[in-house]
Ligand binder design. Structure first.
Ligand SMILES: Nc1nc(=O)c2c([nH]1)NC[C@@H]1CN(c3ccc(C(=O)N[C@@H](CCC(=O)O)C(=O)O)cc3)CN21
Ligand SMILES: CC(C)C(=O)C(=O)O
Ligand SMILES: [Mg+2]
Length: 296
Protein backbone atom coordinates (compact mmCIF):
# COMPACT_ATOMS: atom_id res chain seq x y z
CA UNK A 1 0.00 0.00 0.00
CA UNK A 2 1.44 3.37 -0.98
CA UNK A 3 1.88 6.12 1.58
CA UNK A 4 -0.54 8.32 -0.35
CA UNK A 5 -3.14 5.59 -0.36
CA UNK A 6 -2.66 4.86 3.31
CA UNK A 7 -2.95 8.54 4.14
CA UNK A 8 -6.17 8.76 2.16
CA UNK A 9 -4.69 11.33 -0.23
CA UNK A 10 -5.99 9.39 -3.20
CA UNK A 11 -9.49 9.44 -1.79
CA UNK A 12 -9.75 5.69 -2.12
CA UNK A 13 -9.26 4.49 1.37
CA UNK A 14 -10.43 0.90 1.37
CA UNK A 15 -14.02 0.55 2.50
CA UNK A 16 -13.50 -1.25 5.77
CA UNK A 17 -16.71 -3.15 6.17
CA UNK A 18 -20.14 -4.14 4.99
CA UNK A 19 -20.02 -2.54 1.58
CA UNK A 20 -20.85 -5.56 -0.53
CA UNK A 21 -23.31 -4.59 -3.27
CA UNK A 22 -26.61 -6.24 -2.39
CA UNK A 23 -26.22 -6.90 1.33
CA UNK A 24 -27.15 -4.26 3.86
CA UNK A 25 -24.04 -3.09 5.71
CA UNK A 26 -23.78 -4.41 9.25
CA UNK A 27 -22.37 -1.07 10.28
CA UNK A 28 -23.82 2.18 8.89
CA UNK A 29 -20.62 3.02 7.02
CA UNK A 30 -21.31 5.88 4.64
CA UNK A 31 -24.88 6.51 5.74
CA UNK A 32 -23.94 8.96 8.47
CA UNK A 33 -25.72 6.85 11.07
CA UNK A 34 -24.09 6.35 14.42
CA UNK A 35 -22.21 3.15 15.11
CA UNK A 36 -23.81 1.29 18.01
CA UNK A 37 -22.53 -1.59 20.06
CA UNK A 38 -25.04 -3.97 18.45
CA UNK A 39 -23.45 -3.23 15.06
CA UNK A 40 -20.16 -4.58 16.39
CA UNK A 41 -21.89 -7.77 17.55
CA UNK A 42 -23.40 -8.09 14.05
CA UNK A 43 -19.96 -7.77 12.46
CA UNK A 44 -18.75 -10.65 14.62
CA UNK A 45 -21.69 -12.78 13.52
CA UNK A 46 -20.84 -12.02 9.89
CA UNK A 47 -17.16 -12.75 10.42
CA UNK A 48 -16.20 -9.25 9.21
CA UNK A 49 -13.13 -7.87 10.99
CA UNK A 50 -13.25 -4.19 11.90
CA UNK A 51 -10.62 -1.54 12.70
CA UNK A 52 -10.26 0.64 15.78
CA UNK A 53 -7.78 3.48 16.26
CA UNK A 54 -6.89 5.79 19.09
CA UNK A 55 -7.69 9.49 18.62
CA UNK A 56 -6.93 12.33 20.97
CA UNK A 57 -7.96 15.48 19.10
CA UNK A 58 -10.22 17.09 16.54
CA UNK A 59 -8.37 16.50 13.26
CA UNK A 60 -7.55 12.88 13.85
CA UNK A 61 -11.07 12.15 15.12
CA UNK A 62 -12.70 13.76 12.08
CA UNK A 63 -10.32 12.12 9.59
CA UNK A 64 -10.62 8.64 11.08
CA UNK A 65 -14.40 9.02 11.32
CA UNK A 66 -14.53 9.96 7.62
CA UNK A 67 -12.20 7.06 6.77
CA UNK A 68 -14.81 4.71 8.18
CA UNK A 69 -13.15 3.67 11.43
CA UNK A 70 -16.21 2.59 13.43
CA UNK A 71 -14.68 2.83 16.91
CA UNK A 72 -12.27 5.46 18.22
CA UNK A 73 -10.51 5.05 21.55
CA UNK A 74 -9.33 8.04 23.54
CA UNK A 75 -6.65 5.91 25.14
CA UNK A 76 -4.88 6.53 28.40
CA UNK A 77 -1.94 6.03 26.03
CA UNK A 78 -2.38 9.81 25.64
CA UNK A 79 -0.03 9.71 28.62
CA UNK A 80 2.77 8.63 26.27
CA UNK A 81 1.50 9.98 22.97
CA UNK A 82 0.13 13.39 23.92
CA UNK A 83 1.46 14.40 27.32
CA UNK A 84 4.97 12.96 27.10
CA UNK A 85 4.95 10.76 30.20
CA UNK A 86 7.10 7.64 30.03
CA UNK A 87 4.27 5.31 31.12
CA UNK A 88 0.48 5.47 31.09
CA UNK A 89 0.30 5.62 34.90
CA UNK A 90 0.49 9.37 35.59
CA UNK A 91 -2.29 10.59 33.29
CA UNK A 92 -5.41 11.85 35.09
CA UNK A 93 -9.14 12.08 34.41
CA UNK A 94 -8.81 15.86 34.29
CA UNK A 95 -6.15 15.57 31.60
CA UNK A 96 -8.09 13.05 29.51
CA UNK A 97 -11.55 14.65 29.71
CA UNK A 98 -10.83 17.57 27.34
CA UNK A 99 -9.39 15.11 24.79
CA UNK A 100 -12.50 12.94 25.00
CA UNK A 101 -14.67 16.04 24.56
CA UNK A 102 -12.65 17.13 21.52
CA UNK A 103 -13.02 13.70 19.90
CA UNK A 104 -16.75 13.30 20.56
CA UNK A 105 -17.33 16.84 19.27
CA UNK A 106 -15.57 15.94 16.01
CA UNK A 107 -17.20 12.67 14.95
CA UNK A 108 -20.53 12.07 13.29
CA UNK A 109 -20.70 8.32 13.39
CA UNK A 110 -17.80 6.68 15.21
CA UNK A 111 -18.43 5.13 18.62
CA UNK A 112 -16.08 6.91 21.02
CA UNK A 113 -14.63 4.90 23.90
CA UNK A 114 -12.99 6.71 26.82
CA UNK A 115 -10.17 4.79 28.52
CA UNK A 116 -10.38 5.04 32.32
CA UNK A 117 -6.92 6.01 33.60
CA UNK A 118 -4.98 4.31 36.40
CA UNK A 119 -6.42 5.06 39.82
CA UNK A 120 -9.78 6.31 38.55
CA UNK A 121 -11.73 3.04 38.87
CA UNK A 122 -9.77 0.37 40.73
CA UNK A 123 -10.89 1.39 44.23
CA UNK A 124 -14.49 0.21 43.88
CA UNK A 125 -17.40 -0.25 41.49
CA UNK A 126 -18.70 3.06 42.90
CA UNK A 127 -15.50 4.85 41.93
CA UNK A 128 -15.65 3.25 38.48
CA UNK A 129 -19.20 4.50 38.03
CA UNK A 130 -18.45 8.02 39.29
CA UNK A 131 -15.52 8.31 36.88
CA UNK A 132 -17.49 6.85 33.97
CA UNK A 133 -20.34 9.28 34.59
CA UNK A 134 -17.86 12.15 34.24
CA UNK A 135 -16.57 10.75 30.94
CA UNK A 136 -20.14 10.30 29.67
CA UNK A 137 -21.58 13.62 30.91
CA UNK A 138 -18.61 15.96 30.54
CA UNK A 139 -16.74 14.11 27.78
CA UNK A 140 -19.88 12.89 25.97
CA UNK A 141 -18.20 9.49 25.58
CA UNK A 142 -20.33 6.66 24.25
CA UNK A 143 -18.57 3.94 26.23
CA UNK A 144 -15.65 3.42 28.59
CA UNK A 145 -12.80 0.93 28.75
CA UNK A 146 -11.04 -0.44 31.81
CA UNK A 147 -8.18 -2.87 32.36
CA UNK A 148 -8.51 -6.14 34.25
CA UNK A 149 -10.34 -9.47 34.23
CA UNK A 150 -12.27 -11.40 36.87
CA UNK A 151 -11.26 -9.03 39.67
CA UNK A 152 -13.05 -6.22 37.82
CA UNK A 153 -16.24 -8.08 36.93
CA UNK A 154 -18.13 -6.28 39.72
CA UNK A 155 -16.95 -2.92 38.36
CA UNK A 156 -18.10 -3.82 34.85
CA UNK A 157 -21.43 -5.02 36.19
CA UNK A 158 -21.99 -1.75 38.09
CA UNK A 159 -21.31 0.25 34.93
CA UNK A 160 -23.42 -1.78 32.54
CA UNK A 161 -26.31 -1.81 35.05
CA UNK A 162 -26.12 1.97 35.12
CA UNK A 163 -26.24 2.20 31.33
CA UNK A 164 -22.54 2.64 30.60
CA UNK A 165 -21.26 0.35 27.82
CA UNK A 166 -17.93 -1.19 28.83
CA UNK A 167 -15.03 -2.49 26.79
CA UNK A 168 -12.71 -4.77 28.76
CA UNK A 169 -8.94 -5.04 28.33
CA UNK A 170 -6.89 -8.10 29.34
CA UNK A 171 -3.59 -9.73 28.46
CA UNK A 172 -0.85 -7.13 28.78
CA UNK A 173 -2.47 -4.26 30.67
CA UNK A 174 -0.11 -1.25 30.64
CA UNK A 175 -1.51 0.21 33.89
CA UNK A 176 -0.14 -2.91 35.64
CA UNK A 177 3.24 -2.87 33.93
CA UNK A 178 5.13 -2.77 37.23
CA UNK A 179 3.16 -5.75 38.48
CA UNK A 180 3.52 -7.67 35.21
CA UNK A 181 7.25 -7.03 35.05
CA UNK A 182 7.33 -4.82 31.97
CA UNK A 183 5.96 -5.05 28.44
CA UNK A 184 5.60 -8.79 28.17
CA UNK A 185 3.38 -11.20 26.31
CA UNK A 186 0.64 -12.59 28.59
CA UNK A 187 -1.30 -15.83 28.32
CA UNK A 188 1.42 -18.24 27.22
CA UNK A 189 0.96 -21.89 28.13
CA UNK A 190 -1.37 -22.47 31.08
CA UNK A 191 -1.96 -18.72 31.38
CA UNK A 192 -4.20 -19.10 28.32
CA UNK A 193 -6.82 -20.60 30.65
CA UNK A 194 -6.57 -17.56 32.92
CA UNK A 195 -7.03 -15.31 29.90
CA UNK A 196 -10.15 -17.20 28.83
CA UNK A 197 -11.62 -17.16 32.35
CA UNK A 198 -11.05 -13.40 32.55
CA UNK A 199 -12.64 -12.85 29.13
CA UNK A 200 -15.68 -14.94 30.02
CA UNK A 201 -16.09 -13.08 33.32
CA UNK A 202 -16.08 -9.74 31.50
CA UNK A 203 -18.64 -11.00 29.00
CA UNK A 204 -20.81 -12.33 31.84
CA UNK A 205 -20.57 -8.95 33.59
CA UNK A 206 -21.95 -7.27 30.48
CA UNK A 207 -18.91 -5.98 28.58
CA UNK A 208 -19.68 -5.36 24.88
CA UNK A 209 -16.13 -6.15 23.68
CA UNK A 210 -12.73 -6.99 25.09
CA UNK A 211 -9.25 -5.86 24.08
CA UNK A 212 -6.60 -8.59 24.02
CA UNK A 213 -3.15 -6.99 24.20
CA UNK A 214 0.09 -8.89 23.54
CA UNK A 215 -1.21 -12.43 23.81
CA UNK A 216 -0.18 -15.40 21.66
CA UNK A 217 -2.23 -15.65 18.47
CA UNK A 218 -3.42 -19.13 19.40
CA UNK A 219 -4.76 -18.00 22.78
CA UNK A 220 -6.50 -15.01 21.20
CA UNK A 221 -8.08 -17.29 18.61
CA UNK A 222 -9.45 -19.54 21.35
CA UNK A 223 -10.85 -16.60 23.35
CA UNK A 224 -12.39 -15.15 20.18
CA UNK A 225 -14.16 -18.39 19.39
CA UNK A 226 -15.37 -18.93 22.96
CA UNK A 227 -16.81 -15.41 23.36
CA UNK A 228 -20.05 -14.08 21.98
CA UNK A 229 -18.76 -10.50 22.25
CA UNK A 230 -16.06 -9.19 19.89
CA UNK A 231 -12.36 -9.37 20.74
CA UNK A 232 -10.17 -6.43 19.73
CA UNK A 233 -6.54 -7.45 19.24
CA UNK A 234 -3.33 -5.49 19.63
CA UNK A 235 -0.43 -7.85 19.24
CA UNK A 236 -2.92 -10.71 19.45
CA UNK A 237 -2.75 -12.19 15.97
CA UNK A 238 -5.13 -12.31 13.01
CA UNK A 239 -8.08 -14.16 14.50
CA UNK A 240 -9.50 -11.43 16.71
CA UNK A 241 -12.79 -9.87 15.61
CA UNK A 242 -11.21 -6.41 15.45
CA UNK A 243 -7.75 -4.82 15.47
CA UNK A 244 -6.61 -1.68 17.28
CA UNK A 245 -3.43 0.38 16.99
CA UNK A 246 -2.25 3.63 18.52
CA UNK A 247 -2.60 6.10 15.64
CA UNK A 248 0.84 7.70 16.03
CA UNK A 249 2.38 4.23 15.67
CA UNK A 250 0.22 3.30 12.67
CA UNK A 251 0.90 6.62 10.90
CA UNK A 252 4.61 6.79 11.73
CA UNK A 253 4.42 9.96 13.81
CA UNK A 254 6.09 8.35 16.77
CA UNK A 255 9.77 7.77 16.17
CA UNK A 256 12.03 5.12 17.56
CA UNK A 257 11.54 1.39 17.59
CA UNK A 258 7.88 0.46 17.38
CA UNK A 259 6.52 -2.63 19.13
CA UNK A 260 6.54 -5.75 16.95
CA UNK A 261 2.75 -5.67 16.56
CA UNK A 262 2.76 -2.24 14.83
CA UNK A 263 2.45 -1.83 11.07
CA UNK A 264 3.33 1.61 9.68
CA UNK A 265 1.04 2.99 7.00
CA UNK A 266 2.63 6.42 6.62
CA UNK A 267 5.67 8.47 7.59
CA UNK A 268 4.10 11.46 9.30
CA UNK A 269 7.23 12.15 11.31
CA UNK A 270 9.18 12.56 8.06
CA UNK A 271 6.44 14.61 6.43
CA UNK A 272 6.03 16.98 9.39
CA UNK A 273 9.72 17.44 10.00
CA UNK A 274 10.22 18.05 6.28
CA UNK A 275 7.51 20.72 6.34
CA UNK A 276 8.96 22.43 9.42
CA UNK A 277 12.46 22.38 7.93
CA UNK A 278 11.25 23.81 4.61
CA UNK A 279 9.32 26.55 6.41
CA UNK A 280 12.37 27.43 8.53
CA UNK A 281 14.59 27.61 5.45
CA UNK A 282 12.08 29.78 3.58
CA UNK A 283 11.89 32.24 6.46
CA UNK A 284 15.66 32.37 6.90
CA UNK A 285 16.18 32.95 3.16
CA UNK A 286 13.48 35.63 3.07
CA UNK A 287 11.37 33.56 0.68
CA UNK A 288 8.33 33.41 2.94
CA UNK A 289 6.04 35.25 2.87
CA UNK A 290 5.91 35.79 -0.89
CA UNK A 291 3.77 38.61 -2.33
CA UNK A 292 0.72 36.31 -2.57
CA UNK A 293 0.82 35.69 1.17
CA UNK A 294 0.70 39.38 2.06
CA UNK A 295 -2.15 41.89 2.02
CA UNK A 296 -1.70 44.75 -0.41
N1 LIG B 1 2.62 4.61 21.18
C1 LIG B 1 2.09 3.63 21.94
N2 LIG B 1 1.74 2.49 21.37
C2 LIG B 1 1.18 1.50 22.10
O1 LIG B 1 0.85 0.45 21.53
C3 LIG B 1 0.94 1.74 23.48
C4 LIG B 1 1.34 2.97 24.04
N3 LIG B 1 1.90 3.90 23.24
N4 LIG B 1 1.18 3.25 25.34
C5 LIG B 1 0.41 2.39 26.18
C6 LIG B 1 0.57 0.99 25.78
C7 LIG B 1 1.94 0.43 26.02
N5 LIG B 1 2.07 -0.50 24.93
C8 LIG B 1 3.23 -1.09 24.52
C9 LIG B 1 4.36 -0.34 24.34
C10 LIG B 1 5.53 -0.92 23.95
C11 LIG B 1 5.61 -2.27 23.74
C12 LIG B 1 6.91 -2.87 23.33
O2 LIG B 1 7.91 -2.20 23.28
N6 LIG B 1 6.95 -4.16 22.99
C13 LIG B 1 8.15 -4.80 22.49
C14 LIG B 1 8.73 -5.74 23.51
C15 LIG B 1 7.92 -6.95 23.77
C16 LIG B 1 8.54 -7.90 24.77
O3 LIG B 1 9.42 -7.51 25.55
O4 LIG B 1 8.14 -9.08 24.74
C17 LIG B 1 7.84 -5.48 21.18
O5 LIG B 1 8.78 -5.71 20.39
O6 LIG B 1 6.66 -5.74 20.89
C18 LIG B 1 4.46 -3.02 23.90
C19 LIG B 1 3.26 -2.43 24.30
C20 LIG B 1 0.87 -0.54 24.17
N7 LIG B 1 0.37 0.80 24.32
C1 LIG C 1 -3.66 0.34 23.03
C2 LIG C 1 -5.07 0.60 23.43
C3 LIG C 1 -5.89 -0.65 23.49
C4 LIG C 1 -5.13 1.36 24.72
O1 LIG C 1 -5.57 0.90 25.74
C5 LIG C 1 -4.64 2.74 24.71
O2 LIG C 1 -4.32 3.27 23.64
O3 LIG C 1 -4.59 3.34 25.80
MG1 LIG D 1 -5.21 2.14 27.43
Amino acid sequence: MSAAHAAGASGEVAAPYGTGPATAPAVPAASGRKVRIHHLAELKERGEPWPMLTAYDMYTAALFDEAGIPVLLVGDSAANNVFGYDTSLPVTVDELLPLVRAVTRSVTRALVVADLPFGSYQLSPEQALATSVRFMKEGRAHAVKLEGGRRFAAHVEALTSAGVPVMGHIGFTPQSEHNLGGYRVQGRGDAADVLLADALALQEAGAFAVVLEMVPAEAAKRVTHELKIPTVGIGAGPDCDAQVLVWQDMAGLRRGKAPRFVKRYADLAGALQGAATAFAEDVRRGEFPAPEHAFH
